[in-house]
Design a protein around this ligand. Structure first.
Ligand SMILES: Cc1ncc(COP(=O)(O)O)c(C=O)c1O
Length: 368
């Protein structure tokens, strides 16, 4: 028997090759390959415009954008963050010698629970680093109130939140800085890539120094900056991909609707609904398996899907607080993080991307 076609959890948004060739020819002609070249500048402008933000600085990836965001704000000491994220969120703190302090997530969005932040603040706390998990906006108003009250900075890991708006405004404008990831698995990608969004020209200037070794002119270095500059080929790819992003998000939204219609009556399976006033990007479609009501464990369902060549992803599992680097921290104790621990044991992200056809969807739905 032929094995069935593999259905992957995502599929990269790749623009047509013949449309990319003229960009490459132009780069070859210009002979300017990196260091704030033509396409770098064009993509920064185009993304500000598309996303509805004033200042954006491109990076080679989201992790270096996170690390640099912390450098830019000179964050030290302790930072309050979530264990329910991709490990790069906490790694960015580690790389800056900052102690992560994990706070539990709230049970509706699985974003950092604002009601639990204050109890974790100490004299060493300097910032909060929340994540818009699956692109669903955090409670940015409450988080800002706490930050203002205690004099803390807020850096959003918005790696999942490309193009997400709330009440018609980009959520990337919340907090002091937000970072994006343009990794190949993300809804919008430059293959590898990322960005920091900030609110004024001076901050962007400093971020641009920091991503270029700290150079502030030919002979001046103002900080131990890193090399995180996006090159022209990736920037051109990003510029071309931007033409296809709306259609890709539209197809993702149709997939989400079909999943919701088909899964809504299955006992023991839950999913997230759209949030009022939010324009989503449908980056992920997580379902949450309650073993007792569903009659099968999350891992058994994950394996059953895998056996049928349908690849889900237990995202995020294990929690960051369970990895050896962080497990010894006081705040990493499971008793401190009951909601995050529960959700990490239940979640499977189902396949969702712009190339899924209805037959694929039926295969996934039938398995569940
Ligand atoms: C929440 C989150 N933060 C940070 C990152 C890191 O981004 P990158 O892979 O572009 O370094 C990712 C994705 O990979 C992510 O999902």
């Amino acid at each position: 028997m032929d094995t069935l076609k593999q259905i992957t959890v995502t599929s990269p948004l790749i623009p047509p090759l013949d449309e990319f060739t003229p960009y490459l020819e132009d780069i070859w002609k210009r002979k300017w390959l990196t260091n704030n070249g033509h396409y770098h500048q064009e993509l920064e402008k185009a993304l500000c415009n598309y996303l509805g933000v004033d200042y954006l600085s491109l990076f080679t990836n989201g992790t270096l954008a996170l690390i640099t965001a912390l450098q830019e704000l000179r964050i030290t000491g302790e930072v309050i963050t979530t264990p329910f994220s991709f490990v790069a969120t906490t790694h960015s703190l580690w790389w800056n010698g900052i102690k992560p302090v994990f706070v539990d997530v709230e049970p509706n969005t699985f974003n950092l629970d604002p009601d639990k932040i204050e109890a974790a603040i100490t004299p060493k706390t300097t910032a909060i680093m929340p994540v818009h998990v699956y692109g669903n906006p955090c409670d940015t108003v409450k988080i800002q109130e706490i930050a203002d009250k205690y004099g803390l900075k807020v850096i959003y890991d918005a790696a999942h939140a490309f193009g997400v708006t709330q009440n018609a405004k980009s959520i990337l404008n919340a907090g002091d800085l937000s970072i994006l990831s343009f990794h190949a698995t993300k809804t919008y990608s430059t293959i590898e890539g990322g960005a920091i969004i900030c609110h004024d020209a001076k901050t962007k200037q400093r971020i641009d120094y920091l991503k270029n070794f700290g150079f502030a002119g030919e002979t001046t270095v103002v900080a131990p900056g890193i090399n995180a500059k996006m090159d022209e080929v990736h920037a051109a790819y990003g510029l071309l991909s931007l033409k296809y992003i709306d259609a890709a998000i539209k197809r993702r939204s149709e997939v989400a609707v079909q999943y919701r219609n088909s899964l809504k009556d299955i006992p023991g399976i839950k999913f997230l609904d759209d949030m009022p006033g939010v324009h989503h990007n449908y980056s992920y479609f997580p379902i949450f398996v309650d073993e007792n009501n569903y009659g099968m464990s999350r891992d058994a369902l994950y394996q059953k899907m895998k056996d049928a060549n349908v690849i889900g992803r237990r995202y995020f599992y294990p929690l960051i607080s369970e990895f050896s680097t962080y497990k010894g921290l006081d705040s990493a104790r499971p008793e401190n993080l009951p909601v995050a621990n529960k959700v990490a044991k239940r979640v499977i992200c189902l396949p969702i991307h712009h190339e899924l056809i209805n037959n694929d969807l039926e295969r996934v739905i039938t398995l569940i």
